[in-house]
Design a protein around this ligand. Structure first.
Ligand SMILES: O=C(O)CCC(=O)C(=O)O
Length: 266
């Protein structure tokens, strides 16, 4: 059983992220690596950094064909134990994004706060970012601004119209005065980060691919407000929350209002 130590919980709360002392078994990682290869082959028209909702096997509302193996990963009991330590016992899965940066060609993720993109109220989510390949500075690992979540506030973002970006909304530069740090992970390790944390990642010009799966979990006290955001491509790729399936993985939907039927086809 995986457990966050009290020091790790304290680090998540004070810094906005933590790398738990936990690694998925090598066989699981090897299987996930094959799944990533398959997902890329199955989605020839989609940039591999933009495989949004790749846990949904039927073509999803974003036009991505996903794989059941990723849905299985989102339900991994050890990952849920770690997430439970920071968001509590009521856990709703609402998203999963495969960010795969090919060797020599991986696109930047501009610095942003996730919450800017998401219609979740009250705004709360823990992302488990699971490394499928070793993820280091050279191949564009996750970079975070420690403690930038502390005010619990969304800062202004602007549309970054440079070409070859994974996401199109970036936080205004005045919020980037504190230094960012690289979150380097071995394949099978993961980081957890808070919805308000400023983060992004650099291009991958190295010889090594960098794939990671970002799994989005909200507490049962939050509601997916499907009416707040129109379906569209403001994120840099198509996103449609109106059809987004939710899974109650642990505990209860404390709001009593989340719809767990929408988007579950077949
Ligand atoms: O994988 C990356 O480089 C960025 C991930 C990210 O922005 C996220 O998990 O929200």
């Amino acid at each position: 059983m995986a457990q966050l130590s009290s020091a790790e919980i304290e680090q998540y709360q004070s810094s906005g992220y933590v790398v738990p002392q936990f690694t998925l078994p090598a066989e699981t990682v090897a299987r996930l690596r094959s799944t990533v290869d398959r997902l890329i082959d199955m989605n020839p028209g989609v940039r591999p950094e933009q495989l949004v909702n790749a846990h949904i096997a039927n073509p999803n509302a974003e036009g991505v064909r996903g794989a059941d193996e990723l849905l299985e990963l989102t339900r991994h009991p050890d990952i849920l134990d770690l997430v439970e330590a920071v968001i509590g016992p009521d856990i709703i899965l609402w998203g999963c994004h495969l960010f795969c940066k090919p060797a020599g060609d991986g696109m930047e993720v501009p610095m942003h706060q996730d919450g800017h993109y998401w219609p979740i109220r009250p705004l709360a989510t823990c992302t488990a970012w699971v490394a499928i390949d070793d993820s280091v500075a050279e191949n564009g690992c996750l970079r975070v601004v420690p403690e930038s979540h502390r005010e619990g506030k969304l800062h202004q973002h602007y549309t970054d119209d440079r070409e070859r970006l994974t996401l199109s909304q970036a936080v205004q530069p005045q919020h980037l005065e504190q230094p960012s740090v690289d979150v380097e992970l071995k394949a099978g390790q993961m980081s957890l980060h808070d919805v308000y944390l400023i983060h992004g990642s650099n291009v991958n010009t190295s010889q090594n691919r960098r794939a990671g799966v970002a799994i989005r979990y909200m507490p049962g006290t939050s509601l997916m407000r499907r009416d707040l955001f129109e379906p569209g491509d403001n994120s840099g790729f198509k996103v449609d929350f109106s059809q987004r399936p939710l899974w109650l993985l642990r505990g209860e939907d404390k709001t009593g209002l989340n719809d767990f039927n929408v988007g579950h086809h077949g």
